[in-house]
Design a protein around this ligand. Structure first.
Ligand SMILES: [Fe+2]
Length: 314
């Protein structure tokens, strides 16, 4: 049997609301087209895939992204460079298209606080939702991870979250859109290129529908922006108070264990890939005495389908 034959793939669902581990793959080796197509199908179905034992070079990580739909450069790279951060530092990889997710300072030592997310908790979000064309997926590959030191990655099934909304809440989101806050960074700091916002007009970022349609499964999913303290992301069609109240209710609904799965056994070489079209993710705080370094690339979206524009639905 050849390497990466589709017949060798073993699928082990997590048993939770989303996620599966795949075995029988070696992403360092060529992937036949048939296997790539199967991977895409499994990704849409399970939303999050874990593949262990994949020590990937940065260039290979990009090739894997190409195989799954095409690489996409993170929107924050240009903003970081504009803000004075050098490529090839602990923050920005020397390879465009590959981001470093780490708690290392410029001296290579772990820290609680860095210019980036450091060892802090990262709240629920989908990657680059603050950009006009958010990526379809994200692929995270672990290089160094703490042992029993936090940094767990949780996922929330936003298809299930949408389908289980109480009727009045489902009606309340119908036809609405959200401004996705790009003024703040991952951990809530105002980006160097923006001023401190004082009202909704100061919040920079694109407007996306509150509900989107998955291009493969055709299912509806809630699509929310990361929310920081006011002023931050808001619902375009609602006044400030109504927008805050609706977001409070939506976040309270989402925060249920029955929608989630957590990868809490990170190992070096793990590949964890998630579908930004149907999940939120977050990261728990890290023991800042331990180093954590991962590399991430993004997969571009084929198209963004709003649930409010039925002519575009599959
Ligand atoms: Fe993220």
């Amino acid at each position: 049997m050849s390497v990466n034959s589709v017949n060798e793939i073993e699928v082990i669902p997590t048993g939770a609301a989303l996620g599966a581990e795949l075995r029988g793959l070696d992403l360092t080796q060529d992937i036949p087209v048939e296997t790539a197509e199967t991977l895409k199908r499994l990704w849409a179905e399970h939303m999050v895939l874990l593949i262990r034992g994949q020590p990937l070079e940065k260039t290979r990580l990009l090739e894997v992204a190409d195989m799954l739909g095409g690489r996409q450069e993170t929107a924050s790279r240009a903003m970081l460079v504009k803000g004075g951060i050098k490529a090839g530092s602990a923050r920005i990889s020397d390879v465009a298209g590959v981001s470093l997710i780490s708690n290392l300072g410029d001296d290579g030592k772990p820290r609680k606080i860095t210019e980036g997310s450091g060892s802090l908790e990262i709240k629920w979000h989908t990657d680059n939702s603050y950009s006009q064309n958010p990526p379809m997926g994200s692929i995270l590959n672990a290089i160094t991870v703490p042992v029993d030191g936090g940094g767990h990655t949780s996922f929330c099934n936003m298809v299930l979250a949408y389908e289980t909304l109480p009727d009045d809440l489902k009606r309340a989101v119908e036809g609405k859109h959200m401004r996705h806050d790009n003024t703040h960074n991952t951990v809530g700091k105002v980006r160097a290129i923006f001023k401190e916002p004082t009202c909704r007009e100061d919040i920079e970022g694109p407007v996306h529908p509150l509900v989107r349609v998955h291009p493969v499964t055709g299912k509806r999913a809630l699509y929310l922006s990361r929310r920081h303290g006011w002023p931050s992301s808001y619902i375009v069609e609602s006044g400030d108070a109504e927008s805050e109240a609706l977001q409070d209710r939506l976040w309270a609904h989402i925060d249920q264990e029955r929608f989630t799965w957590t990868h809490d056994t990170w190992q070096s070489g793990d590949v964890l890939m998630w579908d930004n079209q149907s999940v939120l993710h977050r990261r728990s705080e890290i023991d800042h005495s331990q180093a954590r370094l991962l590399q991430r690339t993004l997969v571009k979206a084929e198209r963004f389908i709003s649930a409010w524009e039925p002519t575009q639905a599959p």
